[in-house]
Design a protein around this ligand. Sequence first.
Ligand SMILES: C=CC1=C(C)c2cc3[nH]c(cc4nc(cc5[nH]c(cc1n2)c(C)c5CCC(=O)O)C(CCC(=O)O)=C4C)c(C)c3C=C
Ligand SMILES: [Fe+2]
Ligand SMILES: [Fe+2]
Length: 344
Amino acid sequence: MKKGILLVNLGSPDSPEPKDVKKYLGEFLMDERVIDIPLAARTALVKGIILNTRPKQSAKAYKKIWWDEGSPLIVLSERLQNKIQKEVEYPVALAMRYGSMTIKKGLEELVDKGVEEVLLFPLYPQFAMATTETITVLTEELRQQHFPNLKIESVPAFYNKPDYIEVLSNSIKNHLKDKNYEHLLFSYHGIPERHIRKSDITKSHCKINNSCCVTPSKAHEFCYRHQCLEVTRLVAEKLQLKEGTYSTSFQSRLGFDPWLLPYTDRTIERLGKQGIKNMAIVTPAFVSDCLETLEEIAMEGAELFHEVGGKEFTTVPCLNDDDAFVNLLSKWINTWAKESVEIS
Ligand SMILES: C=CC1=C(C)c2cc3[nH]c(cc4nc(cc5[nH]c(cc1n2)c(C)c5CCC(=O)O)C(CCC(=O)O)=C4C)c(C)c3C=C
Ligand SMILES: [Fe+2]
Ligand SMILES: [Fe+2]
């Protein structure tokens, strides 16, 4: 069977203009795995409220980070795809969950090249209903409707794979080698607490407290909070960070529901007020730099830190098309393709 790979990332608007941002946010936020409330309530919230104000505000933010070649998230994902393509002998396509580069087009591209067996690779180290799950569910729906003979296998969240932790740790170490930082903040995209409970396969484990995520459980295979805390723990262990010199927080909340705590903006504020002058921040929920890292963290976060007395604020880039990361993903893909075994 001829094999092929479909890398999938989140997506971006076609341009940073409000009309394109509105179209993109409309598709994104109407996903039942992103705003997980009944359709009528979701429609009223998204179309009646959010889309009337947010696109203008988000468009301003997108304009600050947009590159001549396009959205950083898309450009960086394409660079990753191109580099991986050089390392593997199977066609590698790229798609986005939202926006113009659809998963359907990505599958068509592979099928047109004669591919019969696809490795679906969601570009997210941690599992979340709003990321990995929405990709795998939509891809399966598309398979049933349009490509019934296609065999598709998905790559699960790779948050705790030792070689991923090594690549991430080395990247952090290299970017911070000349920085005398006092605190390293691991900032992950937030999700509503409700998402954690919904994804709890045991239906009773996740209490979202100090102990559930460190108590072994089957629930952790799908617990975003556990997986984020594990990335922090494993990287801190690898880099031999001292207790108290690093912490975890969650960014980019939307709406009034409780989201995972602590919030990144409040943490940055607290660190500055505590007298930390030199901090660094890494964002391991994102494989590619994007609005949430380039604007919310590198611009807004830095400004906030300076306002509360901080001096140096260093942002570690995402893994993007880092050669070690490219080699790692290519190695996993080649292992799958040659041995037809699950990536481990
Ligand atoms: C209910 C809302 C949202 C959930 C849940 C959510 C989860 C989630 N998102 C990412 C990764 C990205 N999100 C990005 C942008 C973004 N996210 C939301 C809302 C939710 N995300 C909004 C409204 C936006 C748009 C920007 C804005 O208006 O603030 C991006 C950046 C995209 C880009 O074009 O650069 C990424 C990447 C993860 C990993 C995640 C759950 C774990
Ligand atoms: Fe998001
Ligand atoms: Fe937990």
